[in-house]
Ligand binder design. Sequence first.
Ligand SMILES: Nc1ncnc2c1ncn2[C@@H]1O[C@H](COP(=O)(O)OP(=O)(O)OP(=O)(O)O)[C@@H](O)[C@H]1O
Ligand SMILES: [Mg+2]
Length: 279
Amino acid sequence: MTATDVVATPATGAPLLQLKNVEVAFNGVIQVLHSVNMEVPRGKIVVFLGGNGAGKTTTLKAISSLLAIDDGAVTGGGILFDGQEIANRDPAQTVRAGIVQVLEGRKVFGHLTVEQNLRLGLHLCSDRAIAERERERCLELFPALRGLLERQAGYLSGGEMQMLLVSRALLLQPRLLLLDEPSMGLAPLLVRQIFGALARINRERGLAMLLVEQNARAALEIADHAYIIENGRIVMHGAAADMRNNEDIREFYLGLSVGREKKSFRDVKHYKRRKRWLG
Ligand SMILES: Nc1ncnc2c1ncn2[C@@H]1O[C@H](COP(=O)(O)OP(=O)(O)OP(=O)(O)O)[C@@H](O)[C@H]1O
Ligand SMILES: [Mg+2]
């Protein structure tokens, strides 16, 4: 049995991940997150929406302990993973605890082959039989990678690279997968493929995910819950199904205008006020 098999059976009723009044600052002065509260329940997909610069990547890095690289730190509140405080820990320790982040902007090892990149994901796995089984599971999930194993990863298309990154992350056998805009720059068919694979992983392995997306429509389709962040503050959260039907969300994040007239700035301000009340 592997860690990925185990997560389907919850150990306790508490959420897998809890952010409590999290504050983040860079260089000790630039505060970017303000009292962020968020939960990822076991076995669920949570989508995290918001405009450019809202604080999505910063939140993910706070969870995966990657802030220190950018001279940032959690300066207030707490981050609990399985009940354990994990804020400002050593990133390697966080990966070993089961939190794996697929970074924004497709960071593969370009000079290595696809196979070698996959093997990097297996470095925590000491059992060869399990490693082979997990590798095979990934190739089944993303069959397109099978024919590319000897290819230099730097020359993959955007979609292929994203599949490789998700595979490499899965091979680390996470208990919580953090994904930063996996659909960025991909054609609609590929977005469907990637999101379909994520939904399947979640269904089959009970793997919890926190998914940052600009592609709100596709993300809300596979998510259970959604949070919206603006200027470093959570302004709204709720069930993904409710968000899909929420008029404001439909207009501002899904681009589906309900009225004929384009809304004015005053309406936008009104929308912001409403969001504060709802949040
Ligand atoms: N290392 C840093 N030093 C100072 N400010 C930073 C640093 N990294 C990010 N920020 C600031 O923090 C804010 C949030 O950035 P973040 O990258 O979290 O946004 P985001 O929601 O992921 O945006 P995007 O959708 O563009 O990726 C921005 O105002 C950004 O300029
Ligand atoms: Mg970002």
